[in-house]
Design a protein around this ligand. Structure first.
Ligand code: RB5
Length: 141
């Protein structure tokens, strides 16, 4: 399952991501927010990060205006490796090398077409393991 979350800045883009997941029959749980009314991104980052860290969800996607607030907040949860991506190469490499478990997107920075492609790559790309596993282990200390 994929955990999803956004604030008001990411609400519309997350709707497009949900439509893409529906089309591909990918299961997800939407932790909100559920409207364009102003809200606080850390509330949703914590819910999605908790779901991924507990193992309830395999991965997560968080969307806010820039993606920055979501990534800062999500990375406070132990076991979370949240990566803000604005290009396809970074999305591929953060899965292959960092085993990132949450993708953060900036809806006011990255156009919807590109953001959907980034999300698709993030969800489809496996971790390379090997020497990268040792490095990822060192992140947790
Ligand atoms: C909300 O205005 C905005 O600050 C938020 O969506 C995000 O960009 C924070 O990092």
């Amino acid at each position: 399952m994929i955990a999803l979350g956004c604030d008001h800045g990411g609400y519309n883009l997350l709707g497009e991501i949900k439509a893409m997941l529906d089309e591909s029959c990918v299961a997800y749980k939407d932790f909100g927010t559920f409207s364009e009314e102003s809200c606080d991104y850390p509330d949703y980052a914590k819910l999605v990060a908790g779901s991924v860290a507990s193992g309830e969800s395999e991965r997560g996607i968080l969307v806010c205006g820039t993606g920055i607030g979501m990534s800062i907040a999500a990375n406070k949860t132990r076991g979370i490796r949240a990566a803000l991506c604005g290009d396809c190469f970074s999305a591929e490499m953060t899965r292959r090398h960092n085993d990132a478990n949450i993708l953060c997107l900036g809806a006011r920075v990255t156009g919807a077409g590109l953001a959907l492609k980034i999300a698709q790559i993030f969800l489809e790309t496996p971790f390379d393991g090997g020497r990268h596993a040792r490095r990822v282990e060192k992140i947790e200390g």
